[in-house]
Ligand binder design. Structure first.
Ligand SMILES: [Zn+2]
Length: 354
């Protein structure tokens, strides 16, 4: 019956009132698929007749990663890369602690996301400038399970060993940012690097009493104090407006943690605002910056910071990158009343340095 209707409307009356409906379009597509030889059949017969088939069990281990795990781009003369450290699935309520489930589900539905769990990615960033390699955050670390802790393996795929890193900037001392500072043996991963953290973070974590708070807080204190001890001989603290290197300025973004910082990086006419953990799930928090995140230690202050950062980025049309923005984690914050939306960049395949 559907085929008859399609033929009738197409052949006998081409007027707009008989334009192809979604149903007839699908019917036509199905019929076409049923009668058109699929490319895979052609390829198979070619392979069988002329060349040996590729074995299904390759002799070499197959790299199962999507792409190379890093995305190169340039800021003026500075060569940069966003590095994917990995991904975890999390319940959506993690990013909307103060919101009823029906309202969360509506936003997830609008953004084509699953309402049981959403992918949360972890990124780090590399900047190569004037002969020094600067790593911003270090990810979860080498022993953090499959699909995670990939910063060092990806650096090696880019031709860099951990000892080639001259500066490591830590935006804050959560495990997904400091975990990579230790190797398999619990020693310094980046043996030649100066560690840069905010003065406020240094004060907070160095004074925190081990064993206080819940199990998660106790783990955070232990991890932070291990970092401060291990890297104490080559450690620099910074405050707002200080420069890590010339043109890489510290921006206080307090709320997520005490002393949480971002970076304003400028080279020539290019500029980037690295917002670290100001946002964890762009498709929920950009339309709703006031939704509270479980990981934000001071939730009210984090909401204020988020609103301030989104407003600035949108008004100034800044290129933005962040630790938990979907890879390659580069894009813009676009005003969409009453709040904002995330506008990813278009992937550039062949960046060149001028
Ligand atoms: Zn984080």
């Amino acid at each position: 019956m559907s085929n008859t209707n399609t033929t009738k409307s197409t052949n006998n009356n081409p007027s707009p009132s008989n334009s192809i409906t979604r149903r007839t379009a699908l019917t036509t597509m199905t019929a076409t698929l049923a009668t058109t030889p699929l490319l895979i059949n052609t390829a198979k017969s070619f392979a069988q007749s002329t060349i040996p088939a590729t074995p299904l069990s390759p002799s070499k281990p197959v790299d199962t990663l999507q792409g190379a795990g890093f995305y190169r781009f340039n800021l003026g003369t500075m060569q940069c890369a966003i590095i994917s450290d990995g991904q975890n699935m999390m319940p959506p309520s993690t990013f909307a602690q103060n919101i009823p489930k029906t309202q969360i589900d509506q936003v997830l539905h609008e953004n084509f996301l699953n309402n049981n769990e959403v992918p949360t990615q972890i990124n780090t960033m590399l900047c190569c400038d004037e002969g020094i390699n600067i790593l911003i955050d270090t990810g979860l670390g080498l022993d953090s399970g499959p699909g995670n802790g990939l910063t060092v393996p990806h650096l090696e795929r880019m031709g860099l060993k951990p000892e080639d890193i001259g500066i490591v900037v830590i935006t804050h001392m959560h495990g997904d940012h400091i975990g990579g500072l230790f190797d398999h043996n619990g020693q310094k991963t980046f043996s030649n690097a100066e560690l840069v953290i905010s003065q406020q973070a240094f004060d907070y974590w160095s004074k925190a009493k081990p064993g206080t708070g819940d199990a998660r807080m106790q783990g955070l204190i232990t991890g932070a104090q291990e970092v401060l001890e291990k890297y104490k001989d080559n450690l620099r603290t910074v405050v707002g407006d200080d420069e890590v290197v010339q043109g890489m300025k510290v921006v206080p973004l307090f709320g997520h943690t005490p002393g949480h910082i971002g970076l304003q990086i400028a080279r020539g006419n290019d500029q980037l605002f690295y917002i670290a953990d100001t946002v964890h799930m762009v498709y929920m928090q950009m339309p709703h910056p006031d939704w509270q995140v479980a990981f934000d230690m001071n939730k009210e202050q984090a909401v204020m910071t988020r609103k301030r950062v989104f407003a600035l980025a949108a008004e100034e049309r800044l290129l933005v990158a962040g630790s938990h923005i979907p890879f390659p984690a580069l894009g813009h914050v676009r005003k969409q009343a009453p709040a904002y939306m995330w506008q990813p960049i278009i992937w550039i395949w062949n960046p060149t340095v001028e």
